[in-house]
Structure formats: structure tokens, C-alpha cells
Design a protein around this ligand. Structure first.
Ligand SMILES: CSCCC(=O)C(=O)COP(=O)(O)O
Ligand SMILES: [Mg+2]
Length: 225
């Protein structure tokens, strides 16, 4: 079936794992305590703090305890929706202050531009919040790449290793799953997308191994649609 839309992961696919782990996560961990204390009463932040209390099973946790829980979740790389939402808000301040610039591999920039030019619809699916996705591409080292994308999906569509999440995304995109190509560096994500009927391509950057039975490439330049 010919491809109509391309859905891409971020960390390890369009962007370096090291940028997320060595730059973004430490930035959020450093600024989280002050950010949460200063904005605890803002409705958007208060809603996420409430969700942390609920998800952690500590409904009575004070702000200090919520900060501890969030720091623990950052250390564990927990893909919890309220943590991801708060990280996005903290990164926004860093991007706006010019302290952060989104990393996107040059081969990904080139291919995304070429695919967009050829008329493919481009979408993102990441555990990072939609705000965080728009920031990494909007404030990237290669400039504002957001005009290339038709939509963004995060953990509010479901976990990335579950087929049902890809079914939800297929419905939202509005084209048959078989016409969507999903790109990721994680075999469980590729398996889940394939189970939902999507076509898949694995990214094994920096000499990684073939990802299960999925077609695997080391750069976007090798993806022949
Ligand atoms: C949007 S950049 C930050 C990515 C992030 O927070 C993360 O947890 C990585 O998730 P991905 O699904 O892109 O592997
Ligand atoms: Mg990834």
C-alpha cells in the first residue's frame, strides 16, 4: 500500500538520545523545584500537581513531596503524562531564554523537508508532551521546523508500546493504518505500530543492531518511500 503519512518518534529517531538525557532531562531536574514552587497556583500547573498526587497514590502530598516524586520519576525516565507536561513548561522557559536549542539530526531535517515537499503528511508521536515536541522542532538548531508537521501525538493517545495507541492515532490522522509509516528506534514501539496495521521502519543510529523483524536503517537518508 503506498505511504500517505509518516509518523515519527523523536528521541533516538529524529534527535539524539544524548540531547534528551544529557541536556533536556538535567535542565528540567535543575529547574523543577523553583518552577513548581513559583507556579503551584497556576491552573495548568496545579492540575498536573493534582495528577501527580493521584498517579503516585499520595493524595495528601505537599508541594515538597510532589517535587520529590517528580525528581524520582525523572531519574527513572518514567513516561508519566503530568511529568511530561511539567517538563514541557520548564523547557519552554529554557528555549525562550536561548539556553536550549532542539537537536534534530541533519539527515532527519533534510528528509522531513523533502517528504513535506512531496506531499506526505508528517506527524510526531513522542512521550514528550505536545508542547515539548513543538519546542524541539520549533526552536531547533536548523530553525523552525513546525510548518512541516500536520499534527502531534503524546501519551494522551496512550503508551507508545501498546497497539491501541496507534489505532487511536490512525483514527485521528484519518487514513488507513497501512498507508502510515511509523519510524522509531524502539522495537516494542515498532511491534505495537505493526500490530495496529502500520508500516514500520527502525532507526539504529550509531551502529545499532537490526530492530526485530523491522526494516532497519541508520539514517533518514536511507529511507526510500
Ligand atoms: C519532545 S523531546 C523530549 C522527549 C521526552 O521527554 C521523552 O521522554 C522521549 O520520548 P520519546 O517517546 O521521544 O522516546
Ligand atoms: Mg525513541
Amino acid at each position: 500500500m503506498p505511504i500517505k503519512a509518516i509518523l515519527t518518534d523523536i528521541e533516538g529517531t529524529t534527535s539524539a538520545v544524548s540531547f534528551v538525557f544529557d541536556v533536556l532531562f538535567p535542565f528540567a531536574a535543575k529547574h523543577l523545584p523553583d518552577f513548581v514552587r513559583e507556579h503551584a497556583e497556576d491552573p495548568e500547573v496545579a492540575m498536573q500537581l493534582g495528577a501527580v498526587r493521584l498517579d503516585s497514590g499520595e493524595p495528601e502530598a505537599d508541594v515538597g513531596r510532589v517535587i520529590e516524586i517528580l525528581q524520582q520519576w525523572i531519574a527513572e525516565d518514567r513516561k508519566a503524562t503530568p511529568l511530561k507536561a511539567l517538563q514541557g513548561m520548564i523547557w519552554k522557559q529554557g528555549y525562550e531564554a536561548g539556553e536550549l536549542k532542539g537537536h534534530v539530526y541533519p539527515d532527519a531535517v533534510e528528509a522531513l523537508k523533502a517528504w513535506h515537499e512531496k506531499g506526505y503528511d508528517l506527524y510526531v508521536y513522542s512521550s514528550g508532551s505536545i508542547q515539548a515536541q513543538q519546542l524541539i522542532f520549533g526552536c531547533s538548531e536548523a530553525g523552525d521546523l513546525t510548518p512541516l508537521f500536520s499534527g502531534y501525538f503524546d501519551t494522551t493517545s496512550g503508551p507508545k508500546r501498546e497497539a491501541q495507541s496507534y489505532r487511536h492515532i490512525t483514527e485521528a490522522i484519518g487514513c488507513p493504518a497501512g498507508k502510515i509509516l511509523f519510524l522509531s528506534d524502539i522495537v516494542e514501539e515498532l511491534d505495537a505500530a505493526q500490530q495496529a496495521g502500520m508500516q514500520t521502519c527502525g532507526l539504529a543510529r550509531e551502529g545499532g543492531k537490526k530492530l526485530g523483524d523491522h526494516l532497519t536503517v541508520s539514517s533518514f537518508a536511507e529511507i526510500d518511500i
